[in-house]
Design a binder for this molecule. Structure first.
Ligand code: NAP
Length: 452
């Protein structure tokens, strides 16, 4: 649906906000429901929330999600708040009802709905939360509200755990207590930021997972990477695992429902899950010096995917590529390159950067496309030389060539890229910009497959 004069505006305010997944989730929901809404990210600096809300009213923006650092300020500024927001003292959703701002907090609801989707009912359960920050509070209040039997809080800073328990017990008497360690839990939750873009777990002792009952569930609210170390450790002893992407999706779903007054169908939620699953690899191909590795690393870091550079893999196993070319010839190199690519193609949810000539063998791209979204990075020869600098000697096929000869080689390669899923011109783009654009295409591609 195109944007027109009647399209209703929504958005997210935060600082930083540029990497937020909310625009993707909300605009997809608007498209799939056929509702005439559009959703943007607005960078609002600290201390500017009051002005932002004046703007929201003046521009008749229907709804805003609120993220770091404005959630408590949004609570203070809202004209009216619901129970969940009041218990937390923070709003993540603001709805403009004819100039009156109503505040909600959908984080906890998102968590509970993500558990429900996996068949996990919290009623009567002993829930242990690691962490005592803002997200832990949302999770804890929602667990109490949904009938959890007992809530235990374990946190690095004991004072913060005590403060959170105090707040929970104010609304749900005797429900929460601070603990030093985890012994018994029906549901064990990581609500710390440990594991975000790293392979750390807030519990690094396997014995903790081993002593839990077999029916226990481990839930992480960290969603980047999707399969965190905490979940890997829990999964290794057979515990059921629930990842943080579900909470992210359902808090957005719950907010969208507040904005539009319409329930979002579970088939649409299924599509959001498939779109953000990142099971498919992202494969970057293109001429030497188009910045495949730099862009690939940027994508991997941004969304917590594993990064594989096939040239690096070859050099680790077989020595320097320039030496392989010199001593054994190009054919020998292409054969080991194909073997390396075959192995990389078996990965799930990795970013794979290929050597410039990998595209010459059609089988390489065919096998990568079986579980990968293959994107060609395109740049003119000046950008290629700018990226490579004077270092043409490390590129056997450019060594000793003039720029015109290199441009000819680039032209000759053109037909080989026809087999890719998508192409992006990176001639004038910074790596951050290219990474964002590739991720947008990737999500759209995964959504398309989910809806097939
Ligand atoms: P926060 O308010 O800053 O709280 C961070 C928590 O993590 C605190 O309990 C802190 O302990 C703990 N922590 C941080 N580093 C630690 C370390 N090295 N060792 C042990 N504990 C550590 O952050 P938040 O807003 O609660 O967010 C926490 C995480 O949840 C973030 O990664 C965020 O992205 C994620 N999140 C996910 C969703 C979702 O929808 N899935 C929603 C909200 C947040 P101390 O008190 O000792 O500092």
């Amino acid at each position: 649906m195109g944007i027109n004069g009647k399209t209703v505006s929504l958005g997210v305010v935060g600082c930083p906000v540029e990497h937020s997944l909310s625009p993707l989730l909300h605009n997809t929901m608007a498209n799939l429901t056929g509702l005439d809404y559009t959703y943007c990210a607005y960078r609002v600096e600290k201390g500017e929330m009051e002005n932002a809300l004046i703007g929201m009213k003046a521009l008749n923006i229907r709804g805003l999600n609120v993220t770091i650092p404005h959630k408590t300020e949004a609570f203070r500024l809202a004209d009216e708040v619901d129970g969940a927001a009041k218990r937390m003292g923070a709003c993540n959703t603001l709805v403009n009802e004819n100039g009156k701002i109503k505040g909600y907090n959908t984080d906890g609801e998102g968590f509970i709905r993500s558990l429900k989707r996996e068949g996990v009912d919290v009623k009567g359960k002993i829930c242990v939360i690691i962490g005592a920050g803002g997200a832990a509070m949302g999770v804890a209040m929602a667990l109490a509200e949904s009938g959890a039997k007992e809530i235990e809080i374990k946190n690095r800073t004991a004072d913060k755990a005590d403060a959170l328990c105090g707040r929970i017990n104010k609304y749900y008497p005797k429900k929460a207590k601070r603990v030093e360690d985890v012994y018994d839990a029906d549901i064990l939750i990581n609500a710390t930021s440990v594991g975000m873009n790293s392979d750390l777990s807030p519990i690094d002792d396997m014995r903790v997972f081993k002593r839990l009952k077999k029916s226990a569930v481990a839930a992480d609210i960290v969603y980047c990477p999707r399969n965190t170390m905490f979940l890997k450790m829990a999964g290794s002893v057979g515990l059921k695992c629930v990842g943080g992407i579900g909470m992210l999706i359902y808090q957005a779903v719950a907010a969208f429902e507040r904005f539009t007054g319409k329930r979002v169908d579970e088939t649409i939620v299924d599509a959001l899950y498939a779109m953000t699953a990142m099971k498919k690899n992202i494969v970057l191909t293109g001429f030497m010096g188009t910045g495949k590795s730099a862009v690939g690393r940027e994508i991997a870091a941004r969304v917590g995917m594993r990064f594989i550079d096939t040239d690096d893999c070859i050099e680790r196993e077989h020595g320097k590529i320039t030496d392989i070319f010199k001593e054994k010839g190009e054919k020998y190199f292409r054969d080991i390159e194909s073997e390396t690519i075959k192995r990389a193609a078996k990965e799930q949810g990795a970013v794979i950067s290929l050597g410039g000539g990998a595209v010459l063998q059609k089988e390489n791209i065919d096998i990568l496309r079986q579980n990968g979204f293959v994107v060609r990075l395109k740049a003119d020869i000046d950008r290629v030389y700018k990226n490579i600098g004077d270092n043409t000697d490390s590129r056997p096929l450019l060594s000793g060539k003039t720029k015109d000869e290199a441009a000819k080689l680039l032209e000759e390669r053109e037909p080989f890229y026809q087999n890719c899923d998508a192409a992006i011109d990176v001639t004038d783009a910074e790596k951050e910009e290219s990474a964002g654009a590739i991720l947008d295409m990737y999500y759209e591609h995964c959504l398309g497959e989910a809806l097939e």
